[in-house]
Write a protein that binds this ligand. Structure first.
Ligand SMILES: [Zn+2]
Ligand SMILES: [Zn+2]
Length: 159
């Protein structure tokens, strides 16, 4: 199989019938992630895919492993989070199947299966809701805004 990192799409003509399992090393900077709450942090990501191709459908299962950078919910410092994003999506070019909202179309323009949206959604789902730089993070002072992990101010501290 082949994968175009610039669009995170797999050309149909590289997907054989039956079950194919392959691990790709993705160059993270090539992918248009456009995830507002996170930036990629690792140079490479590991995309482990199992693709089942039948007459009318393609089922893509697998996961992406990569490090992302988010902000501490209390002090806004950068926090590295290792993400394992699970992907499970069905694609088809059969009009009957496409009436199912769970089934994505295969792009007829370039004959590819685009997995960017499923991977992006899986990453967002895998991110912590309240990322913290440390469990003990004292956060920013609500009155003066200083980082209470680094400095003290006269406004006291209620945990
Ligand atoms: Zn913090
Ligand atoms: Zn203060």
């Amino acid at each position: 199989m082949r994968i175009f990192e610039e669009t995170m799409s797999i050309p149909l003509n590289s997907i054989p019938r039956g079950v194919t399992r392959e691990t790709f090393t993705i160059e993270m900077s090539k992918v248009p992630w456009e995830i507002p709450e996170a930036e990629f942090n690792s140079k490479e990501g590991y995309l482990d895919l199992e693709i089942v191709r039948t007459e009318y459908e393609i089922i893509v299962k697998g996961f992406l492993e990569a490090d992302f950078l988010v902000q501490c919910a209390r002090c806004l410092a950068p926090v590295i989070v290792p993400v394992t994003a699970d992907i499970n999506r069905m694609y088809s070019w059969n009009p009957d199947m496409l009436s199912d909202p769970e089934v994505e179309p295969v792009s007829h323009n370039d004959g590819t299966v685009c997995i960017l949206d499923p991977v992006r959604e899986a990453i967002i789902f895998s991110l912590p809701v309240m990322p913290l730089c440390t469990e003990q993070c004292r956060g920013l002072c609500p009155s003066c805004g200083i980082n209470r992990n680094i400095e003290e101010c006269e406004h006291g501290f209620e945990a």
